[in-house]
Design a protein around this ligand. Structure first.
Ligand code: 5AD
Ligand code: SF4
Length: 484
């Protein structure tokens, strides 16, 4: 783990709110050090993350605050401060949280000093907060997505009080820069380029819990990436719910108003950055200039995650996706033609209201034509407050399951076929760590996001190396390190 307090000297931190939070961290340090004396050991903190890459990045900031306040990071929830960073995109994410909370209450019974906090997307839903207040009364701190930057302040209040602290904002238009971050990997990092979503796909809760689109200024983004690079980071992943509408919220004439394509170019120019990824683009905004920039710039990963969601035009219309199957296929064809070797992956939802077998057959047809290199398939989950939750033609569970299995089979066949195409090639891979099953092997990631395992020395972790792809095992490769 590597701590990255952007600008260590508090006086040099340009954002006043961030400075205020750093002062709160100082105050929390005193309380945590008193706790340390009382416990006779260093207090431990555990952050549990559910959901997407944006949440993972938020958790790196939450953990940095806890660590700087004096807690030792713990993988186990048998800790002195446990914070759940929640997701609400699908129903199972809620259920998983409630399961974990139940277990966590047992730790709290044994440890009277323990504090339990919950934050993130699910906490933006009043019904979930009510449920926690009623059924999980042992929770000490609840906050949402918009005031996550105030965590140091909330931590102080929580350490001082025996009551449950609840602070949830409906929205915010601010972006707080320069918060401390505790990165999970020393050599790669996510970088938020924008927050929120304005698309309102009818099944999706995100626009309600993450608010309207807000882009960070290109200067702040580049400054952060330069610091990351100076700190040893080689790969960055630009994060946003809808990255290719980056900058749409800046007013015309604003010097900050640049396109996503231009931002990508600027990021590639940062010295020391060897690979650039981004997640997630929306097919409706995927313009030719972005394709051109990727095609002309080998630093940009040969991987595009392009969520299809459905392949039937009526379903797409009712989802409010703003493209047709024909437009999606044409876009994918254009990407494959302009960027040879690119892997295209996708998200697909099965069981959206009104989607029967013949509609899913249309989705299967798109999967076959586009030949996705991988696809995340989800069963439609009804989210209260979204338009689709009120649609009358909800599909019975059994039918959804049947259609889901049918789709999954084709998705797996296509992905396998695509993966096997790389056999015998030599690829640049970023070595990410020691293989979990076999400690004599290293695991690296190719530009197209495929993993390869090969013999090599631990000292290569974080390096970009050449590997030959010897054997394809379904979704990953076994390879051998090449001398460079
Ligand atoms: N039900 C099922 N899947 C959903 N997603 C978003 N909302 C829902 C929902 N209500 C999926 C979409 C999106 C991914 C992150 O989660 O496929 O791309
Ligand atoms: Fe949800 Fe659609 Fe926004 Fe993605 S683009 S976060 S699916 S509303």
């Amino acid at each position: 783990m590597s701590i990255n307090v952007l600008n260590r000297n508090i006086d040099e931190v340009k954002d006043a709110e961030s400075r205020r939070q750093l002062e709160y961290i100082e105050r929390a340090r005193q309380k945590v050090s008193e706790l340390e004396k009382e416990l006779g050991r260093k207090p431990r903190a555990c952050v549990v993350t559910f959901g997407c890459q944006m949440n993972a990045r938020d958790s790196e900031k939450l953990l940095a605050t806890l660590t700087l306040a004096g807690y030792e990071e713990s993988e186990s929830e048998d800790a002195d401060f446990v914070l759940y960073n929640t997701c609400t995109v699908r129903d199972n994410a809620d259920q998983r949280l409630y399961g974990r909370l139940g277990q966590c209450s047992n730790f709290k019974k044994k440890n009277p000093h323990m504090k339990i906090g919950i934050c993130g997307c699910l906490m933006q839903e009043p019904s979930a907060v009510e449920k926690i207040q009623k059924s999980y009364r042992f929770v000490d701190l609840i906050f949402g997505t918009h005031n996550i930057y105030k965590f140091a302040e909330l931590l102080n209040t929580c350490l001082e009080s025996d009551r449950t602290i609840i602070d949830i904002w409906k929205e915010t238009d601010r972006i707080v820069e320069d918060l401390p971050v505790l990165r999970k990997y020393s050599f790669k990092s996510g970088v938020n380029i924008m927050f929120g979503c304005d698309n309102f796909c009818t099944y999706c809760i995100v626009p309600y819990v993450r608010g309207r689109e807000r882009s960070r200024s290109p200067r702040d983004i580049i400054r952060e990436i330069e610091k990351l690079s100076a700190d040893g980071v080689k790969e960055v992943m630009l994060l946003g719910q809808n990255v290719n509408s980056y900058g749409f919220d800046f007013s015309d004439g604003d010097s900050d108003k640049i396109s996503f394509a231009r931002l990508l170019e600027m990021v590639c120019e940062v010295e020391g950055i060897e690979r650039v990824r981004f997640m997630t683009p929306h097919p409706k905004d995927f313009s030719d200039d972005v394709i051109d920039v990727i095609a002309g710039n080998p630093k940009i990963a040969r991987h595009i995650h392009l969520p299809l969601q459905a392949g039937n035009n009526e379903v797409l219309r009712r989802m409010n996706r703003k493209y047709t199957r024909e437009q999606f296929i044409a876009l994918a064809d254009k990407i494959r033609e302009r960027i040879p070797d690119v892997a295209i992956t996708t998200d697909i939802i099965v069981g959206f209201p009104g989607e029967g077998e013949s509609e899913v057959d249309d989705t299967i047809d798109v999967v076959r034509r586009v030949k996705f290199d991988n696809a995340f398939t989800f069963i439609y989950s009804k989210r209260a407050g979204t338009p689709a939750a009120g649609f009358e033609d909800q599909v019975p569970e059994e039918e959804v399951k049947k259609n889901f299995d049918k789709l999954l089979k084709v998705v797996q066949e296509t992905a396998k076929e695509q993966a096997s195409k790389l056999k015998g090639r030599c690829e640049k891979v970023l070595v990410e760590g020691i293989n979990e099953q076999d400690s004599t092997l290293l695991t690296g990631r190719m530009s197209n996001n495929t993993l390869v395992h090969f013999k090599g020395d631990e000292s290569l972790i974080g390096q970009m190396v050449d590997v030959s792809l010897d054997e394809c095992h379904g979704f990953y490769y076994m390879g051998s390190l090449l001398d460079t």
